[in-house]
Design a protein around this ligand. Structure first.
Ligand code: ASP
Length: 598
């Protein structure tokens, strides 16, 4: 990293090659140990640790954890038996000749020392404390690693995109609403009392305008804002790697996006084999009970609706019956099966029916006695189970049953240790429906219009070629040209071919229940732009925080964001959101009432 006014070397640059030489280092006191009048200090900087030895007690005495020091000393080999193979600098140490305290540190709210890194993360304080003192939390090597990885990924993505002749363009964040299915954050406009800017849920409309504007290949690392109810791994503001291209189709976009994925995964030494596999949305739902299937393991859901079509068992007399195999589940104690019931109830299901195939092949479990002789006889084969397995069933509505079985499938794999964070199973999910119902209780997206249909992706998504003429007659079955990229059961990105004709856009808005006036008011500027020669265009956006967290193997996207929000959108560090003063209120015009003005 090179020399500065404060140091000749970084900690991890101190190596055997420097033995006998003088170095000047600067960093934090990570830990100190005292051995009979000699103090050993781990000095930490952004590269890692090096051990320094202080023989002068006067010098060592005042030093505490996280003091910032600058020191000069001679590099020597560690005495035999004192090497530390866990450290890159473990064969050497620096014998201090001069040391200056650059800044003191108060008693810490929690231990920052890297000694923690080899122990359980449980030693860390609760997340609120970590976020309140984020600047301390960030000193931990795990966090330094995540931020560096993020930066490396960004560099690689930029490079890959520049190679493909993309132009990076910044779009404004004070805009008119862009509907992506969430609520807008809004900002009062002081100069136009009673008027508000919306913060972009994504740069969607702006990037489409860039296509009309002749920028044929655009990208941006865009900050997006969505005011959603709190969900575990979401942030109210987040980053997208956003791309849009003109004169392309779905295949072109997918091929270019794959190159970006391969480039960013390569930064960590992973070769991603291209082209990536694909699965249709319908197949993903049928086999994996999810539109973002985790394909690190198999074990697809088996549909048994036909198998049970004449069943005497009332529960299975349903529009859909499916099952998922629980390999080796026969040994599961009764109370654990009870816990599975609770698990299912938490997902809004009534329970999780199951059978067990004993080692001797005998069929047991609460459901078994309700089945006909014939059903019992063929079940093992129908589900692809073995003796010693258990099988979970769901019966009822197709989608809700599939979602439950899909979640059970992942839970079974998780408990069996099959969800390895350093294995990456990518898939494109393609052939999405164009619309979804607005009355789905499991869906908390905000409908764009006022009909029973809302967009599955967003209102600017092109119906697939077969549906261009008829999508508005049969919104339930209409398909779209959209695609999601999924890795390890997480949606890493998504995009679509866009509508570039105002007549098709009008008809889609019509299905969504947005009439001409409202359309004009909301996105008249886009519809107008389409009148002046809009090229065919398509794009995609990667959820950048999510992509980084997947590659980093982080358990939460908060671990790859320098200053994330805590639950409820709070920032424990700065105290945002916070009340504003009366004077500020008056000035911003938030209380402006047009009626009073008249
Ligand atoms: N704007 C979309 C989103 O934020 C992505 C895209 O269609 O490019 O999900």
């Amino acid at each position: 990293m090179g020399q500065t006014a404060y140091r000749t070397h970084h900690a991890t640059e101190v190596s055997e090659a420097l033995v006998g030489q003088k170095v000047t280092l600067a960093g934090w006191v990570d830990r100190r140990r005292d051995h009979g009048g000699v103090a050993f200090i781990d000095l930490r900087d952004s590269t890692g640790l090096v051990q320094v030895v202080i023989y002068d007690e006067e010098v060592a005495r005042p030093l505490r954890s996280e003091y910032v020091v600058q020191l000069t000393g001679e590099v020597r080999e560690r005495p035999e038996g004192n090497e530390n193979e866990h450290l890159t600098t473990g064969k050497v140490e620096v014998v201090v000749e001069g040391l200056k305290v650059l800044a003191k540190a108060d008693a810490l709210p929690f231990q920052v020392s890297t000694a923690l890194e080899n122990e359980s993360e449980n030693k860390l304080p609760g997340e609120d404390v970590r976020l309140k003192y984020r600047y301390l939390d960030l000193r931990r090597p795990a966090m330094q690693y995540n931020l560096k990885l993020r930066s490396d990924m960004t560099k690689a993505a930029r490079h890959a995109l520049e190679e493909m002749d993309f132009t990076e363009v910044e779009t404004p964040t004070f805009i008119k609403s862009t509907p992506e299915g969430a609520r807008d954050f809004v900002v009062p406009a002081r100069l136009v009392p009673g008027s508000w800017y919306a913060l972009p849920q994504s740069p969607q409309l702006l990037k489409q305008l860039l296509m009309v504007g002749g920028v044929e290949r655009y990208y941006q690392l865009a900050r997006c804002y969505r005011d959603e109810d709190f969900r575990a791994d979401r942030q109210p503001e987040f980053t997208q790697l956003d791309m849009e291209m003109a004169y392309v189709d779905q295949e072109d976009v997918m091929a270019m996006a794959e190159k970006v994925i391969a480039a960013i995964w390569k930064t960590q030494g992973h070769e991603v084999r291209l082209p990536l596999p694909r699965i249709s949305w319908q197949e993903a739902m049928d086999k994996y009970g999810s539109d973002k299937p985790d394909l690190r393991f198999g074990n697809p859901i088996v549909e048994l609706t036909d198998y049970f079509k004449d069943t005497p068992f009332r529960v299975f007399q349903a529009p859909y019956v499916g099952a998922v195999r629980f390999e080796g589940g026969a040994d599961t104690p009764r109370r654990q099966f009870d816990a599975w019931q609770e698990w299912a109830r938490q997902r809004g299901a009534k329970g999780l029916a199951y059978v067990v195939f004993g080692q001797d092949g005998e069929l047991k479990g609460p459901v078994a006695k309700n089945l006909s002789e014939q059903e019992r006889a063929g079940l093992k084969e129908a589900v692809g189970a073995q003796n010693g397995d258990a099988v979970f069933f769901a019966a009822g509505g197709r989608e809700s049953s599939q979602l439950l079985l899909g979640a059970a499938r992942v839970e079974i794999a998780d408990r069996a240790g099959l969800l390895k964070p350093d294995e990456f199973a990518f898939t494109w999910v393609v052939d999405f429906p164009l619309f979804k119902r607005t009355d789905d209780p499991d869906d908390d997206d905000v409908a764009v219009g006022h009909s029973k249909w809302t967009s599955m992706h967003h209102p600017f998504t092109m119906p697939s070629a077969d549906w261009i003429d008829s999508f508005d007659q049969d919104p339930e079955h209409a398909m779209s040209d959209s695609y999601d990229i999924v890795c390890n059961g997480e949606e890493m990105g998504g995009g679509s071919v866009r509508i570039h004709r105002d007549d098709i856009q009008d008809r889609v808005l019509n299905v969504l229940g947005i009439d001409k006036d409202e359309a004009q008011e909301k996105f008249g500027f886009l519809l107008e732009a389409f009148k002046y020669g809009a090229p065919p265009h398509a794009g995609i956006a990667f959820g950048w925080d999510r992509a980084v967290s997947i590659l980093a193997g982080a358990s939460s996207i908060r671990d790859v964001i320098a200053f994330p929000k805590a639950g409820g959108g709070r920032d424990p560090l700065t105290g945002a959101p916070a009340p504003i003063s009366d004077a500020q209120r008056a000035e911003t015009g938030v209380d402006y009432d047009p009626d009073e003005d008249e």
